[in-house]
Design a protein around this ligand. Structure first.
Ligand code: NAD
Length: 255
């Protein structure tokens, strides 16, 4: 590694990434492995594809299969980690869902599904992991995956906007409580990225060209585009960065 860049190395660290089987979570797993971390992917389905991509750079990928919508998802993850004797240094709360619907038609079931996964689980998984870091004095890094809708209102996605706006506040709140334990809580707000999350948007020609014309970089983002920000926030280089939500958006918010 080039002199001076070692502060960005994740060598000797273990990262837990939720929603590791696709999209941005998969990209973060590969990026972390390239930076030297051992990676544990949490997903409701097999992370076979992610494991294959990671295996090009490292042998250190494990998966924990959990449906994060289950009430005891956090307990399932923590006992799987204990069983495998894994202690985590980095947590990426990436798993998230979006339900597109006019505000007047949103059901309580859909509202709860989005808020429970995108917001409640993020808090309780962070709490479980941070509790260990506080007990053993090790410190650690938490990265929440926020959204442009942490800053903007969006349209036809009220529960998603509520959950992602909450993540921006939660990131600051947890940073205020946990910075003294050497726990860095930050977030990344991806712009419009080409993943499953935006399939519906990208296949709607009008919405797609409307969005594209507003992105200064002139293209949709990719999972590789958030790799640098994720490595930075997970690394020692970010040790004095607390409670910040970093946009990786091709300039969208600057517009
Ligand atoms: P994606 O749909 O490919 O990823 C979502 C991940 O969450 C998947 O791996 C999925 O399996 C997992 N997940 C969903 N429900 C789950 C459950 N019940 N149990 C376990 N895992 C579950 O899309 P993505 O774009 O990679 O989304 C990743 C994160 O990035 C999400 O939080 C999303 O809100 C956020 N985000 C995406 C964009 C974008 O433009 N793609 C923009 C801003 C924020």
């Amino acid at each position: 590694m080039l002199e001076g860049l070692s502060m960005f190395s994740l060598e000797g660290k273990t990262a837990l990434v939720t929603g590791a089987n696709t999209g941005l979570g998969q990209g973060i797993c590969v990026a972390f492995a390239k930076a030297g971390a051992k990676v544990v992917g949490v997903a409701r389905r097999s992370c076979e594809e992610t494991a294959k991509l990671v295996s090009a750079v490292s042998d250190d990928f494990q998966e924990i299969i959990v449906d994060l919508s289950e009430a005891n998802a956090v307990e399932q993850i923590m006992s799987a980690l204990a069983e495998k004797n894994i202690s985590v240094d980095i947590l990426v709360n990436n798993a998230g869902i979006i339900k597109r619907c006019d505000a007047v038609d949103v059901t309580i079931e859909d509202w709860d599904a989005v808020i429970n996964l995108n917001e409640k689980l993020v808090f309780f998984l962070s709490q479980a992991v941070a509790k260990k870091w506080v007990q053993n004095g090790a410190g650690g890094k938490i990265i929440n995956i926020a959204s442009m809708l942490s800053f903007q209102g969006g349209i036809r996605v009220p529960a998603y906007t509520a959950s992602k706006s909450a993540l921006c506040g939660l990131t600051k709140e947890l940073a205020n409580e946990w910075a003294k334990y050497n726990i860095n809580v930050n977030a990344i707000a991806p712009g419009y990225m080409a993943t499953n999350n935006t399939t519906a948007l990208r296949s709607d020609e009008d919405r797609s060209s409307e969005i594209l014309s507003r992105i200064p970089a002139g293209r949709w983002g990719t999972p590789e585009d958030i790799a640098g920000a994720a490595i930075f926030l997970a690394s020692d280089a970010a040790s004095y960065v607390h409670g910040f939500t970093l946009a990786v958006d091709g300039g969208w918010l600057a517009r």
